[in-house]
Structures are given as structure tokens and as C-alpha cells.
Design a protein around this ligand. Structure first.
Ligand SMILES: Cc1cc2nc3c(=O)[nH]c(=O)nc-3n(C[C@H](O)[C@H](O)[C@H](O)COP(=O)(O)OP(=O)(O)OC[C@H]3O[C@@H](n4cnc5c(N)ncnc54)[C@H](O)[C@@H]3O)c2cc1C
Length: 491
């Protein structure tokens, strides 16, 4: 059985590895020059940047993925738990380090508000319960109808899943201090949503970061992509880089291959990892689309981003491996991202800074830092070199004033990657960095399907599909698709 995979992001890489291991003959077509997709690598003058993901969360999911190959993550890369997990600057207030162990986190919450540790214990117990239920009953399953969503066990627990309440309301009931609220809310950024548009069910994110921990794979996230790439190749998958797919071929209602500038490639099955909207709108004729243009225009898109990759000729003291700068006016910040009427480049953005060189000597020359700065932005904003430069200086003014230390004079490498780059490099719909938000009606059954409703043998994997955004989720997405194909073809 020949499978053509369109795209080699984590979704395409994991699908290739799983399908090749099950005996399919796999060829992957990738538009860009390297595997990893949004987790590409940029190297310049001795500095190495993971261009996308930097948080290794849900180690249990990676373990389960590598177990499919009778391997462990440790067979490929060493994992280190970060302590502090991350640092937060609240407006101009003093910083808070969120520790790696729960006892110290409980003590921190007692400092933040009266009864903070007890409240956090209740919150985390609820988050753990939902996480366990999610992992065991929801994440690894495909959804075709409402009956799949509410099987007996889930129906019993449905009311407790908090799917009709938003995260903001749930958090406000749980904590009274702004700081405690933000510690449990910031992680919703990983799901490309805001506390207002994300169901309270996703408070599982606090079990994920506070209890399961924030980890770093030695060599960066690129070491994880490389491990899966090697697994796929060793099982026989072939990769064709710099070869974008121009068309998915359909004959008599079946996917029969892909067309690239090099010609036609015949396949029995096509698995798309490229952005779903791009594939449906640009690689298929109208009549073969499961979702039309109107459908995509009505989706809640996850944010795009402004990312600065900076190589510094010295180290910076006030930052940790992960540091969040949460502005006082962070509600207005979410509105500027998610409310189309207010979409704008923010005046006072919240942002995230990653300094992998604090943990990883291969990230920067000795005595230097590799710094990654990210600001979430509304997708589709006007993007010009002048706008970028102004915004860069605006954010750097803020960062330098909060750290009390100049940074710009230490820059020896600088690359900005923003809205239009996401569109041009990854074919991202309206330049979204993360795909589709996790609103209620873009979760599980309501996310774009793994299997085309119009074309036989056409499948989709990756962050647009269930279970959604984030590297671990894309591994699960491919696990679902590979399982279905193996069952269907009895391999
Ligand atoms: C800046 C940033 C930070 C993030 N941080 C984290 C984090 O810390 N932790 C985490 O877990 N997740 C994080 N994420 C999310 C995570 O990176 C994504 O959810 C995940 O990598 C998506 O993988 P994917 O395979 O679905 O899509 P992609 O990585 O986009 O892969 C799709 C691939 O398809 C290719 N393609 C597109 N069109 C075509 C075509 N026509 N022909 C051939 N190939 C094509 C693209 O070039 C790309 O390689 C982050 C994402 C971004 C952008």
C-alpha cells in the first residue's frame, strides 16, 4: 500500500514513522528544506534556534508515542525537568518563579492569597481528574458523531467536564488574586485561545504544567523532531524536501496520488499534514472539499505571532529558561487578538521570552545567549518591515526597562519571523501560527475530521484535527490516523 504524506511537521513525521513501521510504503513531500514544519531549526553564527515549540509538556504522551516503536524518549534524547518551570513578570511588579515541585508551588500560592494552597489543591485535583479522563477516554479516539463524544462513561462525567463554562469564570471562582489567576490561565496560550473563548474543561493545562512539569529535551525540540525523522527513515519512509504538493489527485472519488513540479506520484492513500485550510482550498477542486471557504472564514483562528530570534554576545541575568511578561492590561490584549473589530498590533503586549542557552550549551557560543521572543498577534494583520521594526523596538524598550539591563547592544544575530512568514513558509491560513483555537465548537467532534467526507482514502493529521494544537497532540492525531489505516487495510 503506497501512502503519500503532504508535509513533514510533527504530524507528517509521526504519521510517516507509524505507517512505515506498520508496513505501508511511505513517501513524504515537504515544501521546505527540512523536517519539523513549525518546529524548524534556524542556525546562524554559532547560535541555534528552535523556530517554534520550546515547551516539552505532557511527557507521558511522548513516552506512549515512542513505545509504539518499543522505544523510550531516553533512547533518543535526555530529558531535564526545568526548575523553576518558568518565571513570570507581572506588569512592573516583582517577579515570581513557579517551582518544579508542588510543595513549593503550594507555598507560593499561600503567599499570593489567603488559603491559596488549599484552593490550588482543589483546582489541581479537578484538573488531574479531567486529564486522566481525557487521556483514557477522549484524546486517542476519533469522533464521527455526537454518539462518539458522549459514550456511557463520558456522559456520566459530562456535567463535571465544565464544557459549557468558560475558563475565565471557573478561574475567577477558584482564586481571588490576579497573580494566582494568571498562573493558571496563561497556559491557555498553548491552545491558541483566551480564557473567555476556551471551555473551563481546559483547566487540565494546570495539571500539565504544574504537576506533570515543564521539561527540556537536550538539544532542544529539534532533537525530538530528529528522533521521529530517524525512526521514519529507519522504517523505510522516503522524504522529498523542497517539493511542495500542487494538487491532490482524485479519480472516481478516490485519492490516487499527488502532483508536484516534478510530476505525478501515484499512491493508494494520501495523508495531509499541511495546513488543512490550504489543502482543502488550494490542493483540491471545489467538489472534493469537505469544508468550503465559508466554513474556514467562520472559524476562530488561533493567533499568529511576532517572533524575534536573537543571538547575544553576552548572557542576560533577569531571565530564566522560560520567562513570561504578563501585562496589567492582559484582557485588552486578548481582545486585540480574538475580537476582529479590535484586531491590532498591541500597544502594551504580554510576551514570552525563551533562553535555551541557559540549559543547553549547544544553543549559543560560550558566554553568550540565544534568545527567542514571542508576542501573540491577531492573524491577518498588516505586516510591513517598518511595522515589525517599530514593534520590535517597542517590545525591547519594555523588556530592557523591566530587566533593568540593555539588550539591544548585545545583538549579533537578529531574525524576525511574523504573520506573512507563517503564511509564506508553511502555507498557514491568514498567517495563523497555531491553526484553530480550542473553542467548544472546535473541539473533538467539531474539529475538522481526520477522514475526508468527499474523497475516499484522503486523511488529515496535525494540529487542525483532533485532539489539536501542540506537539504531543499532533503525535496523538497521527496515532489515530495510523491506527485507522492499519485496521482498514488489516496491516
Ligand atoms: C511559535 C510557536 C511556538 C509554539 N510553541 C509550542 C510549544 O512550546 N510546545 C508545543 O507542544 N507546541 C508549540 N507550538 C505548537 C506546535 O508547534 C504545533 O502545534 C505543531 O508543531 C504543528 O505540527 P503540524 O505537523 O500539525 O503542522 P506543521 O508543523 O505546520 O507542519 C505542516 C507541514 O506541511 C508543510 N506544507 C504546507 N503546505 C505544503 C504543501 N503544499 N506541500 C508540501 N508540504 C506542505 C509545511 O511546510 C510544514 O512543514 C508552537 C507553535 C509555534 C508556531
Amino acid at each position: 500500500m503506497k501512502v503519500a504524506i503532504v508535509g513533514s511537521g510533527f504530524g507528517g513525521l509521526s504519521a510517516a514513522a507509524l505507517l512505515a513501521e506498520k508496513g505501508f510504503e511511505v513517501t513524504v513531500f515537504e515544501k521546505n528544506e527540512q523536517p519539523g514544519g513549525r518546529a524548524s531549526v534556524y542556525r546562524e553564527s554559532g547560535y541555534t534556534f528552535d523556530m517554534g515549540p520550546s515547551w516539552y509538556l505532557m511527557p507521558d504522551v511522548y513516552e506512549r508515542f515512542f513505545a509504539e516503536f518499543r522505544k523510550k524518549p531516553a533512547d533518543f534524547f535526555e530529558l531535564k525537568r526545568l526548575d523553576p518551570a518558568y518565571r513570570i513578570y507581572f506588569g512592573k511588579e516583582p517577579v515570581i518563579d513557579v517551582p518544579a515541585d508542588l510543595d513549593r508551588t503550594f507555598a507560593l500560592f499561600d503567599d499570593l492569597e489567603e488559603g491559596g494552597s488549599e484552593k490550588l489543591k482543589v483546582y489541581l485535583a479537578s484538573a488531574k481528574e479531567k486529564y486522566d479522563l481525557t487521556i483514557n477516554e477522549m484524546l486517542y479516539r476519533d469522533y464521527r458523531s455526537i454518539f462518539d463524544l458522549f459514550n456511557g462513561k463520558l456522559l456520566l462525567q459530562g456535567a463535571q467536564l465544565h464544557i459549557l463554562e468558560n475558563l475565565e469564570g471557573f478561574v475567577n471562582k477558584s482564586f481571588s488574586s490576579e497573580e494566582a489567576r494568571r498562573i493558571v490561565e496563561y497556559s491557555i496560550g498553548f491552545l491558541g485561545g483566551s480564557p473567555k473563548n476556551t471551555p473551563a474543561f481546559y483547566h487540565i493545562m494546570s495539571h500539565i504544567d504544574l504537576t506533570l512539569g515543564v521539561w527540556y529535551p537536550a538539544g532542544g525540540i529539534r532533537a525530538v523532531a530528529d528522533a521521529i525523522y530517524r525512526l521514519a527513515e529507519s522504517s523505510g519512509a522516503k522524504f522529498r524536501f523542497n517539493e511542495p504538493v500542487d494538487r491532490i489527485r482524485v479519480d472516481n472519488g478516490r485519492a490516487t496520488g499527488v502532483i508536484t513540479a516534478q510530476g505525478t506520484f501515484d499512491a493508494d492513500i494520501v495523508v495531509v499534514n499541511a495546513d488543512y485550510a490550504h489543502a482543502e482550498l488550494e490542493l483540491l477542486e471545489d467538489r472534493f472539499r469537505t469544508y468550503d471557504r465559508k466554513y474556514w472564514e467562520s472559524r476562530v483562528l488561533a493567533p499568529s505571532a511576532f517572533v524575534a530570534y536573537l543571538g547575544l554576545d553576552r548572557t542576560i541575568a533577569g531571565l530564566r529558561h522560560h520567562t513570561l511578561f504578563l501585562d496589567d492590561d492582559w484582557e485588552a490584549g486578548f481582545e486585540q487578538i480574538f475580537d476582529p473589530a479590535k484586531a491590532a498590533w498591541p500597544e502594551h503586549p504580554s510576551y514570552y521570552v525563551n533562553v535555551p542557552s541557559q540549559t543547553d550549551p549547544t544553543a549559543a557560543p560560550e558566554g553568550c545567549d540565544t534568545l527567542f521572543l514571542l508576542v501573540a498577534l491577531a492573524p491577518g494583520l498588516e505586516d510591513t518591515p517598518e511595522r515589525r521594526e517599530r514593534f520590535f523596538n517597542q517590545v525591547m524598550d519594555d523588556l530592557e526597562s523591566k530587566l533593568g539591563e540593555p539588550i539591544r547592544d548585545a545583538i549579533v544575530v537578529k531574525r524576525i519571523f511574523a504573520l506573512d512568514d507563517f503564511r509564506d513558509r508553511y502555507n498557514a491560513y491568514h498567517g495563523t501560527a497555531l491553526g484553530l483555537s480550542h473553542t467548544l465548537f472546535q473541539t473533538a467532534l467539531w474539529r475538522p475530521a481526520h477522514r475526508s467526507a468527499k474523497v475516499e482514502n484522503l486523511y488529515y493529521t496535525g494540529h487542525y484535527t483532533h485532539p489539536g494544537i501542540g506537539v504531543p497532540m499532533t503525535l496523538i492525531s497521527s496515532t489515530i490516523v495510523a491506527r485507522e489505516l492499519a485496521e482498514h487495510y488489516r496491516l
